[in-house]
Design a protein around this ligand. Structure first.
Ligand SMILES: *Cc1c(COP(=O)(O)O)cnc(C)c1O
Length: 388
């Protein structure tokens, strides 16, 4: 590996030179089925013609003017997301971590305006919220914290999917201003909470005048059967963040707010040079349009159910398999022992998969995969697991 790049990633020794839908071609001309979708990013598939057309047109029209002026594409995207989410307003950045930073700043300012001295955000164990100092602190994983102490103040930790633990904090900690969770934990190993988890958190937040912040950076953009995962829970968050799939590979992140949370940030409170630029917003408009037009959220829900059904049928009885779970095209197969080696074995079989939390095979394919491609993913993944 070249030593001009900081060794922050454990990379496979392979690189891709061309993409086409759910397929990638490496430097030797071998083809691979991408069951990881560039880590939940490439929702419309690689080299999507509509996205390519938008990038091309926007690049010969206007790339950047700065946020000191009105940006029509940003306004158009915001109105679209506002309609789809039922949220009131939003701030655009360039990544998931930035979207969450904005959410954390909203919670801090919300608390400080209520004269709370140490505004505290409740976060969950095994969560993932990003790699900036505040978002790595919010992340519930010691490996992500290690060596970066002192961590940021103002976070309290609870086990995921444990409503009682949140209620207990509510009783004695009067500094809490918000709860921040993923509707389904992605990096944590596709952890799906109980059906009423979000509704219970909503209730506690309402009782205590806290903000409910949902990190939908991985679950959003149609992946779990609705455009936002929370839309299948019957509740609305006060703040929700999106990134990954929103730009199909063009960097963009957004923090949406509602009600009192939408009234917190004012002039000078936050900013981003590139955030909400015409290129990323034009692409995101295309992505959201395509997800709607092609009914990809619903398709993801149906296809995911079918794939999980097949995995359960073929794999549930194997000794090495502990659990099969997920929602839509966010699927986890948990084994009884660490299985990081399956990533390289998958490449040998022509498929890109990921292993999260050491033991969980994670699948996040493009939402545009065909029935046949879904079938191929199931077949190869089953073969990999059967060989364990
Ligand atoms: C990927 C991810 C992030 C971080 O996004 P970046 O764009 O890498 O900063 C935050 N939260 C969740 C749930 C994620 O999956």
């Amino acid at each position: 590996m070249p030593d001009a790049i900081m060794p922050t990633y454990g990379r496979q020794d392979i690189s891709f030179v061309k993409g086409d839908g759910a397929w990638l071609t490496d430097t030797n001309g071998n083809r691979f089925l991408d069951a990881l979708g560039g880590l939940a990013v490439v929702v419309l598939g690689h080299a999507n013609p509509e996205v390519a057309k938008t990038i091309s047109e926007q690049s010969t029209t206007l790339l950047h003017t700065s946020n000191l002026y009105r940006v029509p594409k940003q306004e158009e995207l915001a109105e679209k997301l506002q309609q789809m989410s039922g949220m009131d307003n939003m701030f655009f950045g360039n990544s998931g971590a930035e979207a969450n930073e904005c959410a954390i700043k909203i919670a801090r300012l919300y608390g400080n305006k209520k004269a709370i001295e140490t505004p505290t955000i409740i976060v969950a164990d095994s969560s993932f919220h990003g790699r900036t100092l505040a978002t790595l602190t919010a992340t519930g994983n010691r490996k992500v914290h290690a060596g970066f102490e002192p961590l940021v103040k103002g976070f309290a930790r609870v086990p995921y999917n444990d409503v009682e633990a949140v209620r207990q904090i509510a009783e004695h900690n009067k500094e809490v201003v918000a709860v921040m969770v993923e509707p389904i934990q992605g990096e944590g190993g596709i952890q799906v909470p109980d059906q009423n988890y979000l509704a219970s958190l909503r209730e506690i937040c309402d009782e205590n005048d806290w903000l409910l912040i949902l990190d939908e950076i991985q679950t959003g953009n149609g992946r779990t059967g609705q455009y936002f995962c929370y839309q299948s829970s019957g509740i609305k968050p006060d703040v929700v963040t999106l990134a990954k799939g929103l730009g199909n590979g063009i960097p963009i992140g957004v923090c949406l707010a509602r009600g009192k949370a939408a009234e917190v940030l004012g002039p000078g409170n936050h900013g981003s040079t590139f955030g909400g630029n015409p290129l990323s917003c034009a692409v995101a408009i295309t992505v959201v349009d395509q997800i709607e037009k092609l009914g990809l959220a619903r398709r993801a829900g149906e296809l995911g159910d079918r794939m999980m059904g097949e995995f359960r049928q073929r794999l549930s009885d194997l000794n090495c398999v502990k659990d099969i779970r997920g929602m839509g095209l966010m699927i986890g197969i948990e084994l009884n022992s660490p299985c990081g080696d399956l990533v390289a074995k998958g490449l040998e079989k022509g498929i890109l998969i990921n292993v999260a939390a050491d033991k969980v095979i994670r699948l996040l394919p493009p939402l545009t995969i065909t029935d046949d491609e879904a079938e191929q993913i199931c077949e190869i993944v089953c073969q990999l697991v059967e060989a364990v």
